[in-house]
Design a protein. Sequence first.
Length: 232
Amino acid sequence: MPRTAWRRSLVLTATLLLGAAAADAGAQTPAGTFTVAPHAGYFMFDKVSGLDNFPTGGVDVTYHLNENFGIGFYGDIARPTTIGRYFPRARHEFEDTTFTYRVSQQVTLTNVGVAGWVSYPVGPLQASLMAGAGRYTIFMDPEVMRRSKSFGGLGFLVGGTLGYALSDNAGLQLSVRDYYFTDYERRALNPVLPQHVDTTWPEFLEGAPPRKERFHNLRASVGITFVPGGIR
């Protein structure tokens, strides 16, 4: 099965079985209560992105409309490195010598947006389904790009979480999310100036996936949940 299809199947299965991100602490949370959920995990990017897999961290904040429904926002950040072999090599010529080399850079990726949650108990656990929309932004390394540069687009996500209550006000969670990027431009990550792009050996780019504007990325994470001020 192709890797992208495998990821989609995994996310769909996890979503149906577990539910989505930033569930409450694993117990029913009263209406009018906020839940804060910091988390750390691992981002597995679709290779068409040109980004290598990397750890990530973030936080979700949920306002509970009642015991089963909530609204709020999500935010996370990662610092992946671009995959140099997916971009044209840099070429420099000196009299009787020509040098070509791969160029990569570490970038900063942020995802922020609003989301809705629906939660339900599963024995001693709390499962949630989540869907959201927002914006992803990639900030390039200004030293590598020789200037400040970024790009981004509309992003969507769905996912699932299982929460386990440690107390009335705190708990643990395990979550899986599918981030869907749109309006993506992989070529923007290439720091090589046009006059230095190597065109002599196109075989260096063999194996690079075709560019896409839309694709899925998978992220798994663990975190804690707590209710600021406690449940009264």
